[in-house]
Design a protein around this ligand. Structure first.
Ligand SMILES: Nc1nc2c(c(=O)[nH]1)N[C@H]1C(S)=C(S)[C@@H](COP(=O)(O)O)O[C@H]1N2
Ligand SMILES: [Mo]
Length: 460
């Protein structure tokens, strides 16, 4: 709140101990408000004077707001789907326990095989692409965020609080998301837990914000024609008339840019960001164009030249564990069967072209050859399968094991892969054997498999 809107306080000298604590319309003792109004934090007063762009106003704010109103719910929903793709019913999603935010569990399907590639690609890709629009929207309302005094009534306190959660929430989600896809775990807390709960906080604030502002947004969008704005050059650009929300600057300065220029700038930045990340979903030289995601870019060369999430060295898996002495143990009920790699290669081999889609944003499609998981289940006499537990040679590390749903074990394209693109797996890609299942998050495509335990009715 700027100084002009401060009500006269003459009848109530600030700091006067004798003043009665009257409760006018505001809901707060007026004395508090007077005190606050007279003690603005440094900068709060100047921002209104400095922030003079005539572009700012309900229309531009509403255009950016509309784009986010369409885009952000999609980012939220695909994020929830990514969470569900981890099969939280096995307690292996992050965070494991979400209390009453628990979503109805269901079996993540294996078809279409690109389902997780799509949901995680949209979540990360759209999330990144919307960042310039989020920043532009914040720019357009920035002085409002520094309104002083902070509130005049209880209702306004609640609204300001929802704004704090809204702005803080989106910035937190952007920051944690960006750090995660750069594999920069700088924070001392679990990324997934923070990102998951942060998303719910943001969405709750968004629901409040939208229900309070939707009407005003509609009015603002109707007040000006998009076609007219797109035809208006900079010299003809004028501020909107003063609005009750005071988004329009009190004393607008001259335009340094037209509204169409502002829309083109922000839209162009979004497209640029998208163009510099989309390469992470393509194999071959295109991957190198994903300049904003350097960690997803190491394509290597040859038939095994695709990204490596965690190298064998990093996982502490060496040649000694994976040489001729390596054995795969299959378990079901009380039974167990041990097979070596020649034994696996002597079984029926199947070749499938399937993606690995990493939750950190990149994906790759390769042609894998190996033994069907359901054939391995049959080998140990597993019947009426309800789940399978896959374990890796890797000793530590979050992804050294994974639980698979029944449909993921039984799909004819679900393999324990031994080869990729016609050659043996490399140690970094999981040699001697790794899991490949259609639409399974990359994180559960366990490498260096040493044991598979089938759960369900034990047979033969
Ligand atoms: N044992 C083990 N398997 C693992 C991982 C791991 O860290 N350890 N990382 C997983 C993740 S997060 C992904 S995206 C894929 C990547 O497979 P790639 O490195 O062959 O591309 O492997 C998965 N399998
Ligand atoms: Mo991953």
């Amino acid at each position: 709140m700027s100084a002009e809107h401060t009500p006269p306080a003459g009848d109530l000298p600030a700091g006067s101990g004798r003043a009665p604590l009257d409760r006018p319309a505001y809901g707060f003792p007026r004395r508090w408000w007077t005190f606050l109004a007279e003690h603005p934090p440094p900068g709060a007063a100047t921002i209104n004077r400095r922030w003079r762009s005539p572009l700012r106003g309900p229309w531009l704010t509403s255009v950016y707001g509309l784009a986010l109103l369409v885009g952000l719910p999609l980012v939220f929903l695909t994020g929830l789907l990514d969470y569900l793709a981890y099969s939280p019913q096995f307690g292996q999603a992050f965070p494991g326990d979400v209390g009453w935010l628990r979503l109805p569990p269901f079996d993540w399907p294996t078809r279409p095989s690109w389902l997780f590639r799509l949901t995680q690609g949209l979540h990360v890709g759209l999330g990144i692409t919307l960042i310039p629009i989020v920043l532009a929207k914040l720019w357009s309302v920035l002085p409002k965020l520094f309104d002083w005094p902070p509130a005049r009534s209880v209702a306004q306190v609640l609204e300001r609080l929802s704004l704090l959660l809204l702005v803080g929430g989106i910035l937190f989600e952007i920051a944690t998301g960006l750090l995660d896809i750069q594999y920069a775990y700088l924070f001392g807390f679990d990324f997934y837990t923070a990102h998951y709960f942060g998303a719910w906080v943001f969405v709750a604030a968004l629901v409040v914000h939208v229900s309070l502002r939707l009407g005003r947004m509609r009015t603002a969008l109707r007040a000006r024609s998009l076609g007219r704005e797109l035809a208006t050059p900079r010299p003809a650009t004028r501020a909107e008339p003063p609005d009750p929300d005071r988004l329009v600057a009190a004393r607008p300065g001259p335009a340094t840019m037209s509204r169409r220029g502002a829309l083109a700038l922000v839209g162009g930045l979004s497209l640029l960001v998208a163009a510099l990340t989309v390469g992470q979903h393509f194999d071959g030289p295109w991957r190198r164009t994903a300049l904003l995601l350097p960690r997803g870019r190491q394509p290597g060369t040859g038939p095994t030249g695709f990204p490596i999430n965690r190298t064998a060295a990093a996982a502490g898996v060496g040649a000694a564990d994976t040489g001729p002495g390596w054995r795969l143990t299959l378990r079901s009920g009380g039974h167990s069967v041990t097979v070596d790699r020649p034994g696996l290669l002597a079984m029926a081999q199947h070749t499938v072209t399937l993606p690995i889609a990493c939750v950190e944003g990149w994906s790759t499609v390769q042609t894998w050859t190996g033994v069907r998981l359901r054939d391995l289940a049959a080998l140990v006499g597993a019947d009426g399968i309800t789940a399978a537990h896959v374990r890796s040679l890797e000793k530590a590390g979050l992804f050294r094991q994974a639980a698979l749903q029944a449909n993921q074990v039984l799909d004819p394209d679900s393999l324990l892969a031994l080869r990729v693109n016609g050659v043996d797996l490399t140690l970094d890609h999981g040699y001697p054997a790794r899991v490949i299942v259609p639409a399974l998050p990359g994180v559960h495509c366990t490498k260096w498999v040493t044991e598979i335990e089938f759960r369900g009715r034990a047979g033969g």
